[in-house]
Write a protein that binds this ligand. Sequence first.
Ligand code: MG
Length: 332
Amino acid sequence: MKILLSHGDGGLLTHRLVADVFRNAFQDKALDAQQDAALLSASAGQLALTTDSFVISPLRFPGGDIGKLAVAGTVNDLAVSGATPAYLTVGFILEEGLEVELLRSVVDSLAQAAREAGVRIVAGDTKVVEKGKCDGMYINTTGAGFLKEPDRLGYAKIKPGDSVLINGGIAEHAVAVLGERAGISFDPPLISDCQPLNKLIATLLAQFQTIRFMRDPTRGGVATTLKEIAMSAGLRIVLEEDAIPIQPTVKGALELMGMDPLYMANEGKVLIIVSDQEAAGVLDCIRSFPGFELAAQIGKVEPGAGEVWLKTGLGGTRDLDMMTGAPLPRIC
Ligand code: MG
């Protein structure tokens, strides 16, 4: 069965699609209530709210699909802000002619990722556009979470002498998607790191008092994200190239394509800035989570004015700037 324009007209077919595909998979009393707005309980304190749109091509890639990606991207933006993710809304824009089976598999994967992350999907929307007007499907998500300790993290908390950590190898999402697009299979296979990180981050925030700042290096990669942090903090970040974790297959594939892994997207990575005193403890804790054995300290914060310097393996220093242009459109 394929998606028809009338699946988006608000009539009988829309009603059936919502009940059969979406409400069935998401299983939430707020959706089952079928009201115009979800009525939710909220805790006192600070609310974190974020929104994101997903236009990735192809819709499925090694290690995930657009559904899992939508949950990971939104949950991670809440988690790195110090919030406990609670609620998601999901809007689907579907192209006429899309296979309902493909939609169902994306929705199931989105539902599973949300269950694993412990977030509820409480509101949604579906629209259908004519064939050729969107590439299969786009998803928009909004996420809400609550902060246990308001204002605990922030640019202003970062100090010279702090350590910069990452929870694993870089550029894995970009390479997995590129390989899928090009129809190349790698040995060992290159799997996207796409995953929600809220459990890892909650554990770290509970155990370590001197975490200053966190951000997920998605589009633009580690270099662009650190440049934004250095500029906003008014400090210099100095990276050790040899310390930056990257799987050999990922490195090899990007070298062949002439691409710099520091500017490639990640969807399951977090950059953590923490006091030097607690850096080793944070690293041990991250490595105790399966899949994060490559976690490493990659650099230090120094007095400065927004620079990011990369000390290369050959003893030189490269000044890293933000990514310019779009070498990889539709990566997320
Ligand atoms: Mg982010």
